[in-house]
Design a protein around this ligand. Structure first.
Ligand code: PLP
Length: 359
């Protein structure tokens, strides 16, 4: 299968490691094993494959994040990246039509394209606070559409689709008999109201929720994600999954279970970092009028508009060379003229000070 280069990953692999201030990140400072309340029994666990589709303990912990799922509605994957890929491989065939709401993770359109699907990009707009317009979305989805892909909360914009809006999107999909894949890796990180938005899997029969330990739970090194959806679809996914996963590491499975069972302390820590980052960013924007952004409602990133006549790649390359600050060019997300900024990054304040002095 030939597939387009994954622009964000390519950029980050090339430039993020050398950054002095890495604002390309989407993670909230990863936790160490010592910060988790694990038991020493883990040292006696035999390092076999473990439970092939994820341990019951882990599936029960994942189930507790939803209102309407059972363990047979859940499968454990190699991160959300593995989860998204399995959904596409299981659901799509050459010639199917897919609508992907962008900006989003490139998997949501490049994998369907590589599978030979017709992919339509529906672009969110800054003037709508990066939220979908129902009429436009309704038009983009046709009677031929098989799958709608959304990312809620959204990377890169930091927008959260309010629950009543999500219900409207479900009505459109229901009317047109369309599956919805909702990439919910930032679910649990809403800055106002309930930290957890409704999950698409809980409110729509053809809703597929993808989750992960990487962002909300600050454990990207575990490489644990999951899919929650209709049992018949999960069976199909498990059929595909035999070919590329076997199981996730038994250690990852264990530590993910411990973290999810103790998620309140992770949330407390992460919301402190998020609120602090949002406030630093807000103050900085007030004094730096050549930049603007819709402040985040959730997630870990914003899409920053810069008022300089320079392509986003050049902007980021020059910035990093002169100041050591790394940002992600909008061009890698089909959003030329913008850059992605991780507002939960370590050293946000000194990094923004350097950004102020850049031009
Ligand atoms: C929207 C989105 N989906 C999926 C992923 C992949 O996450 P994971 O680390 O769980 O594979 C990312 C990572 O940045 C992401 O932002």
């Amino acid at each position: 299968m030939r597939i387009a280069g994954f622009k964000i990953e390519e950029w980050m692999n090339k430039y993020s490691n050398d950054a002095v201030f890495d604002l390309t990140t989407t993670c909230i400072s990863p936790l160490s094993i010592n910060e988790l309340p694990f038991s020493k029994e883990i040292f006696d666990v035999k390092l076999g494959y473990g439970d092939i589709e994820g341990s019951l303990r882990l599936k029960n912990a994942i189930k507790s994040l939803y209102t309407n799922q059972e363990t047979n509605n859940i499968t454990v994957t190699h991160g959300a990246i593995g989860a998204n890929q399995l959904v596409f491989l299981s659901l799509l065939e050459r010639g199917d039509e897919v609508v992907s709401v962008v900006p989003a993770y490139q998997q949501h359109y490049s994998i369907p394209e590589a599978l030979g699907c017709g992919v339509k990009l529906y672009f969110l707009k800054e003037e709508n606070n990066w939220l979908p317009d129902f009429e436009e979305l309704d038009k983009a989805i046709t009677s031929k559409t098989k799958l709608l892909c959304i990312n809620n909360p959204n990377n890169p914009t930091g927008a959260v689709i309010p629950d009543d809006m999500l219900n409207e999107i479900v009505k459109i999909a229901e009317r047109k008999n369309v599956w919805i894949l909702s990439d919910e890796v930032y679910r649990g990180l809403n800055l106002t109201g309930n930290p957890y938005s409704q999950s698409i899997a809980d409110i729509y029969e053809k809703g597929i929720s993808v989750g992960s330990m990487s962002k909300t739970y600050s454990l990207p090194g575990l490489r644990v994600g999951w899919i929650a959806g209709r049992a018949d679809l999960i069976n199909e996914i498990n059929h595909q999954r035999q070919y590329n996963t076997i199981s996730v590491s038994i250690l990852d499975d264990y530590f993910a279970s411990v973290a999810l069972e103790n998620r309140d302390f992770i949330a407390e820590r992460n919301f402190k970092i998020m609120r602090q980052g949002r406030s630093i960013l807000k103050n900085w924007l007030e004094e730096n009028i050549r930049y603007r952004c819709v402040l985040p409602s959730g997630g870990t990133t914003v899409l920053l508009k810069y008022n300089f006549d320079i392509p986003s790649r050049d902007f980021c390359l020059n910035l990093q060379k002169k100041t050591g600050v790394a940002l992600l060019p909008g061009e890698t997300m089909e959003m030329e003229g913008y850059v992605r900024l991780g507002y939960c990054a370590d050293n946000l304040k000194p990094a923004l000070e350097r950004l102020s002095g850049y031009y």
